[in-house]
Design a protein around this ligand. Structure first.
Ligand code: NDP
Length: 306
């Protein structure tokens, strides 16, 4: 019998249990109780000390793609960590990003405001290829979003730590690539993980390096961005529009200035979620692999932070 413990305040245990048992009928799916024999933990933000009773644990699976809150814990057992990555999550993220970029590229933000004022203003559509998008972070989700944007006809540049090759996407890396990607974009999409290296990477200097009137889409993590610098840039017009899905404090407090800014679109951290039916295939395979002494799928490098 292979036992797994599940913990999340966001994800549905019943859906995960059904999806995992479809892949591993012998799985003993637990939500607490006896810790003995539990070899895998499938968790999102478990409370401090959560892992201590699980002496037989061989694998920690993060219930999501962003592992920043997991890898910075000081009670993490020295075990392989795996993140989720499934086709459903990739599709949801690509749909959010292509929608957000399209919103600006097609001037829908202007027409929405006109609609509220009862104004009919013909705004001549521009070719999508004339809209330059820079995707910062070309990982499992970022790379797929960049590809989807390129497939729609946008002119897409991507930036990552290492050199990449993605059809239809000009891929850059390094400090020079960072400046180029930011400086050319009509819309900048943030899809970096939050690590010590990426914290605050979009600061006042980064905003100054962007074209005046740039649009920003942040689906990565809020702390990639220096928030006071963003607010200043949105007020001055250096950043014309922003679509934000991630915030320092969630729910975003009622008194936060973003709520009152006409040029900020707010979504409640819904850009993407894992879809149990598709993610469970890889979770089951990761469990089988670690039990055979092999590394799991989608292994996270805890020292690198993603
Ligand atoms: P991955 O971990 O697969 O990829 C991260 C990418 O960022 C890689 O291309 C990596 O470069 C690049 N990167 C990391 N550090 C640096 C650095 N210091 N300088 C330059 N590039 C860097 O992430 P995903 O694409 O799967 O997801 C991105 C983020 O999206 C997640 O970390 C998470 O925070 C967020 N997310 C948000 C959701 C939401 O609903 N809003 C849902 C899911 C995820 P390289 O390829 O060279 O290693």
């Amino acid at each position: 019998m292979t036992a797994l413990v599940f913990y999340s305040n966001f994800d549905e245990p019943e859906a995960w249990e059904a999806a995992l048992k479809a892949q591993m009928p012998e799985l003993d799916f637990r939500r607490g109780g006896d810790p003995s024999g539990v070899v895998a933990a499938l968790v999102w933000a478990p409370p401090p000390g959560f892992f201590a009773p699980y002496k037989d644990l061989r694998l920690v699976v993060n219930l999501g793609a962003g592992v920043d809150s997991l890898v910075r814990r000081d009670d993490l057992p020295p075990l392989p960590i795996s993140r989720l990555n499934d086709a459903g999550m990739v599709q949801l993220m690509a749909s959010y990003v292509t929608h957000a970029v399209t919103h600006y590229a097609r001037d829908f933000h202007l027409m929405e405001r006109n609609r509220l004022k009862g104004v009919w203003e013909y705004i001549h559509p521009r070719a999508l290829s004339s809209h330059r998008v820079s995707v910062m972070g070309l990982g499992e989700l970022g790379g797929a979003a960049a590809s989807a944007l390129a497939g729609m006809g946008f002119t897409v540049t991507g930036w990552a730590r290492s050199a990449k090759s993605i059809a239809g996407v000009r891929c850059l890396s390094g400090a020079e690539g960072f400046r180029t990607a930011l400086g050319e974009a009509d819309t900048v999409v943030l899809m970096l993980p939050l690590t010590p290296q990426t914290t605050g990477v979009i600061d006042a200097a980064a905003f100054a390096a962007m074209k005046r009137g740039v649009n920003l889409v942040n689906v990565g993590r809020s702390r990639l961005v220096d928030e006071p610098a963003l607010i200043e840039a949105l007020r001055s017009g250096q950043v014309a529009e922003a679509t934000l899905d991630v915030f320092d404090e969630e729910p975003l407090p009622y008194a936060h200035p973003f709520w009152g800014m006409e040029n900020v679109r707010i979504t409640p951290h819904i850009a993407s979620i894992t879809v149990p039916e598709s993610a469970a295939v890889d979770v089951a395979e990761s469990i089988r692999r670690v039990l055979r002494g092999e590394p799991p799928l989608h292994q996270v490098d805890a020292t690198r932070g993603y």
